[in-house]
Write a protein that binds this ligand. Structure first.
Ligand code: SF4
Length: 345
């Protein structure tokens, strides 16, 4: 089926695929790399404006490498999975040191760079060099699992192996660039997670899952684990100028290097650690709690809005900024900060 699979897919792509996404225009290895990394955990419509802004701000590997990590994280704020931005920055510096500021065009060399796995490496080689290479991102996994009824959760080794073998076997020798874009596009536009548009799909008559009315069963879901819930209180401390106190997180661990509101279970203790005298407090309002979820736990956050009558002279021992929402500093913010800033309007 491999020849007919790719021929079918390419025929569909020529007529119905998307050809004007920002990263499909003016294809360069740098642009493809940035887009593939953004698309690893972000949907096309969300990623597109971020991509355009990122490329405008860092138009080359050299510009990305020489930017400060804070500026890179600032431009990533809102996309989540910040390790991707940190790895892009690290990889850009490695490319400057080792490869003269160019991306190498081999899967093995690309895979050795931070944040580039086999599928992203395959996509870069296939799209940029139009050379045969395998890709298997989330969209492709879904299409293949359904078309060929491949059982099991794709996070399981055996399932991942079966999917990779199928992806390898189906990749054609010619028009690899188009094929690569086409299969990702089919997964993103027709073979969607919850409501696949099978009547417009080029595989309608061959797809095993669809033919047996089981498209909702593929790919199999991740086995459910009970995810623990942790709680915290975030202090949104505002000075009389309307600026908000942000602290930089440690360079390792959760939200490493990003800027966030001070946290602690007891409000008084947190203020004490920041050397903020209680006499400076004008008002204090507890806001509705909300949940921020990570892969391994949920964080239940209770925000407390503290208004000060003055800006304290000293603030704890850690790096801080007084962040002005109307003239934001170029720093990376955590998800809850972005959310609370929006709520504060
Ligand atoms: S027929 Fe439906 S389930 Fe099968 S690949 Fe096409 S869109 Fe997906």
């Amino acid at each position: 089926m491999s020849n007919s699979f790719s021929a079918n897919l390419l025929l569909w792509f020529d007529q119905h695929g998307r050809h004007d996404l920002p990263w499909q225009l003016n294809i360069t290895p740098y642009r493809v790399w940035i887009s593939e990394v953004m698309l690893q955990q972000t949907q096309t419509t969300t990623a597109a404006p971020y991509f355009t802004n990122f490329i405008d701000t860092f138009p080359s590997i050299d510009k990305l490498a020489s930017a400060s990590i804070d500026t890179v994280l600032h431009n990533w704020t809102g996309l989540g999975y910040y390790a991707r931005a940190r790895n892009l920055h690290k990889a850009a510096n490695l490319l400057m040191d080792k490869y003269n500021g160019e991306l190498p065009m081999s899967v093995s060399e690309l895979e050795a760079l931070p944040g580039i796995g086999p599928s992203t490496a395959g996509a870069i080689v296939a799209i940029c060099a139009n050379r045969k290479a395998t890709i298997l991102d989330g969209n492709v996994k879904r299409v293949l699992a359904r078309c060929f009824a491949i059982d099991g959760w794709p996070g399981k080794k055996a399932t991942a192996k079966a999917l990779w073998q199928k992806a390898e076997q189906l990749t054609p020798d010619t028009r690899v660039r188009d094929y690569t874009q086409a299969i990702m596009d089919l997964g993103a536009t027709l073979c969607t997670r919850t409501s696949p548009d099978c009547s417009n799909c080029p595989f309608e008559t061959e797809c095993i899952a669809h033919q047996s009315n089981r498209s909702d069963q593929f790919p199999a879901k991740k086995p459910k684990k009970v995810v623990p819930v942790r709680t915290t209180t975030m202090l949104v401390i505002e000075n009389p100028q309307g600026e908000l106190l942000l602290q930089q997180r440690l360079s390792t661990g959760l939200w490493s290097g990003l800027w966030s509101f001070p946290e602690g279970d007891a409000i008084k203790d947190t203020l004490l650690q920041l050397d903020i005298e209680t006499t400076l407090i004008e008002s204090q309002a507890r806001k509705e709690k909300f949940r921020h979820s990570f892969t391994h736990f949920h964080l239940e956050i209770t925000p407390v809005h503290v208004k000060l009558t003055d800006t304290p002279a000293t603030i704890g021992g850690k790096p801080i900024v007084w962040y002005s929402p109307s003239a934001p500093a170029e720093i990376g913010l955590t998800g809850p900060v972005t959310r609370l800033l929006k709520e504060l309007g």
